[in-house]
Design a protein around this ligand. Structure first.
Ligand code: HEM
Length: 726
């Protein structure tokens, strides 16, 4: 879509790179600390540090008491509005969690990413560097017993509680990382929201412009532009954007209203000054600012009264440091007019506001100032659907409190995976459907396992069927939000049982057979054990004797315990491990394979050995023979690598396949030898993958290949066994 003269649309919307625009694109001058990565892990705590253990030794009550005290301990270098940091910390926690998106489960609060670029420098995260620095003395004091990731969320909770707001609970267990996430796509635009980049939803084209997993409407935003789409102060269009983006973070419309209204019951927006006086964001900031960004050259240093963050100015309610019913009252009882803040932002002001409904000035409570609403807040008043929810909450404050507390808990815990991963005394007893509950399983005896194994061996199920079914069950796992996986056997429930990638008919047959053989084992265990049986046969048939480990104890979830809609995003659009890709995507096939391997938590050799092994085992989707470079089907051999890397074959793209399918012919004889996809050939064409593939093709490494395959396979089968660690 780029025309010859370089005009028109800035992007070719038909393709994008997996990662879009990355830190190095934004900040080419940034110190390349990661050149040291090959010399050792970046995590200073080392591999054997167990955060869960350290958290269990935390003096949780003392930490909470210190956080309560911090709320009102105003510092001269960043004075607390109204003498209370609570609202500021709520925004910090909300923005830490709010990057989560259902599409790939990435983003979110679970690794403390707000400390790193690009998030530390997103326009929407303006001045949150100060919030983190206010917390530093407490982080320093409690050290390894509380991660930054947990501290962000716990501080948000304590802030809400300390201002009288409702809190549903807190689960710890978010281990910190020490470098920016490198596997996440934040978009491809080369400008930030405040530099005039277009909104990702175009009014005339609908939502499809909001591509892939993205859940924010413009580059550098958590969700929507507070001033309205692309700065257009239209509350109805803002409602449309809010619905689209909050849905992508797993929030329904009621949760969206509850969260926004509850959040804006506290605090204020900052825009009492000239935004052009603000310096660079932290990632491009001055060395002497020691990590602070947006340093202002305003006469007072741009703090307190003169703070500019979003550019919008004012509090939403008259009581900004207390939980109250005032948000909906002011929103619904007043008419509003569009005005501009001192920083020039468009915002809405109540018409003829009574003095008792005005807010104190943040820096001097004896001064009264008008309250305000952003265009996004006005959406809750103007959009008919939002309005109905707002009115219901206004008339039933208890319902609003409960909805806010639950939605906040979901927001801040959505990416932690199953409840068994939560730590600490405030974990709520109630099970919630979005936690994908799985009933505890029982560990089967060796004798039971052996008996079921023997039955599966004699069942007539093929290696290919057993491998495909176990893979389909376990490979939904994503380490980004710890969802999916073999535990629970959701492969036999909607929606997974009907996904095309799982070959529903074949799957139903295999599951039916396993159901009849499983004895006392759970279905989840029987499926994984089926994979073990298939592998053992394939290994023996190839002439090796390498044992395949099995750890039982999985439970079976019911359909009632499964939120069908929320599982939809786990459906693979492509799975290079099964050579499945029903249509050409915007991201290259080999990049989709890499992405899936990344979500499965696999290393380069693990991905490589799995693809090579799965091909010869016949794990391809349907009857697809692509990448099946062997004449010994069903034997676990390294034939895939041997035949791919040798010079016997000449490869070319299949005509009309749009570079999706390839055919090899014998260099000497000219006859067709093999067929392949991009997910096959990349192991020959990419120099790094080729280097690893060579190892598996080398003489003397035949058994190493088998052993490495078994290890990587077992890792995938057990990826979601948090119950074992607990
Ligand atoms: C502050 C927008 C949702 C909690 C702000 C500010 C803006 C904004 C522009 C002012 C930042 C500044 O200048 O300091 C939005 C939009 C939302 C949204 C457009 C979604 C449509 C939420 C949610 C929560 C929340 C879901 C929490 C549950 C807060 C709090 C503040 C704040 C507590 C006050 C911070 C302070 O006093 O320093 N929001 N917000 N917001 N937001 Fe939101």
């Amino acid at each position: 879509s780029i025309d010859k003269n370089g005009g028109g649309c800035p992007f070719d919307h038909s393709v994008r790179s997996l990662l879009g625009r990355t830190n190095r694109d934004w900040w080419p001058q940034a110190l390349a600390v990661d050149i040291l990565s090959p010399n050792g892990p970046v995590n200073p705590m080392g591999d054997d540090f167990d955060y869960a253990e350290a958290f269990k030794q935390l003096d949780y009550d003392a930490l909470k008491a210190d956080l309560v005290a911090l709320m009102t301990d105003s510092q001269p270098w960043w004075p607390a509005d109204y003498g209370h940091y609570g609202p500021f910390f709520i925004r910090m926690a909300w923005h830490a969690a709010g990057t989560y998106r259902t599409g790939d489960g990435r983003g979110g609060a679970n690794s403390g990413q707000q400390r790193f670029a690009p998030l530390d420098s997103w326009p929407d995260n303006g001045n949150l560097d100060k919030a983190r620095r206010l917390l530093w003395p407490i982080k320093q004091k409690y050290g390894k017993h509380i991660s930054w990731a947990d501290l962000f969320i716990l501080t948000g909770n304590v802030a809400i509680e300390s201002m009288g707001g409702p809190v549903f609970g807190f689960g710890g267990g978010r281990a910190d990382v020490y470098e920016p996430e490198k596997d996440i796509y934040w978009g491809e635009e080369d400008k930030w929201v405040n530099e005039g980049v277009e909104t990702r939803i175009r009014p005339d084209e609908g939502y499809h412009e909001l591509d892939g997993p993205l859940a924010a409407i413009q580059m550098g935003l958590i969700y929507v532009n507070p001033e309205g789409p692309g700065g257009n102060p239209d509350p109805l269009l803002s409602a449309r954007d809010m619905k689209a983006t909050f849905e992508r973070m797993a929030m329904n419309h009621e949760e969206t209203v509850a969260l926004t209204a509850g959040g804006h019951t506290f605090g204020k927006a900052h825009g009492n000054g000239d935004p052009s006086l603000l310096g660079a964001a932290p990632a491009g900031g001055d060395l002497t600012a020691l990590g602070f960004g947006w340093v202002s050259t305003h006469e007072s240093g741009g703090i307190g009264e003169h703070t500019v963050t979003s550019g919008i100015e004012g509090a939403w309610v008259n009581t900004p440091t207390e939980w109250s019913e005032n948000y909906f009252r002011l929103l619904l009882d007043y008419e509003y007019e569009l005005v501009r803040s001192p920083a020039g932002a468009q915002q809405w002001q109540p018409i003829n506001q009574r003095e008792e409904d005005m807010a104190p000035a943040a820096w001097d409570s004896s001064i009264k100032v008008p309250t305000m609403m952003t265009t996004a807040d006005m959406a809750l008043k103007v959009d008919p659907e939002f309005r109905a929810i707002s009115e219901r909450f206004r008339n039933d404050h208890e319902a609003f409190k409960d909805a806010f507390a639950r939605a906040w808990f979901k927001l801040t815990h959505r990416d932690m995976g199953p409840k068994v991963r939560y730590l600490g005394p405030d974990v709520p007893a109630e099970d919630l459907i979005w936690q994908d509950p799985v009933p505890a399983g029982t560990m089967p005896s060796d004798a039971d396992v052996d008996a079921v194994k023997a039955k599966i061996r004699d069942s007539g199920l093929t290696v290919s069927q057993l491998i495909k079914t176990a893979w389909a069950s376990a490979s939904t796992y994503r380490k980004s939000d710890h969802r999916g996986g073999a535990n629970g056997a959701r492969i036999r429930l909607a929606p997974q049982k009907d996904w095309e990638v799982n070959e529903p008919e074949m799957l139903a047959k295999v599951l039916d057979t396993l159901e009849g053989l499983r004895g006392t084992l759970s279905m989840a265990d029987a499926i994984v054990l089926g994979g073990v049986v298939g592998l053992e046969k394939a290994i023996a048939d190839a002439g090796f004797s390498v044992p395949v480990p099995f750890t039982g104890g999985r439970g079976d979830a019911t359909q009632e315990q499964t939120d069908v809609d929320s599982f939809a995003p786990l459906e693979p659009q492509a799975d290079g491990f099964r050579n499945y890709q029903p249509k050409k995507l915007r991201v290259l096939t080999e990049e989709m394979l890499l992405d899936r391997a990344s979500l499965l938590g696999l290393s380069v050799p693990e991905m490589t050995v799995l693809v090579g092994g799965l091909r010869v085992l016949g794990a391809n989707h349907g009857e697809r023979g692509h990448g099946h470079f062997t004449k010994r089907a069903g034997q676990l051999t390294n034939d895939f690598f041997v035949n791919l890397l040798g010079m016997t074959n000449v490869w070319k793209s299949v005509e009309g396949s749009d570079d999706q399918e390839y055919i090899a012919s014998d260099r000497a004889g000219g006859h067709e030898t093999w067929r392949a996809t991009r997910a096959d050939l990349v192991f020959g064409s990419n120099s790094e993958l080729r280097a690893v593939a060579e190892i598996y093709a080398e003489t003397g490494h035949e058994e190493k290949f088998v052993k490495d395959f078994v290890k990587a396979w077992t890792k995938v089968m057990n990826a979601d066994r948090f119950d074992l660690a607990a």
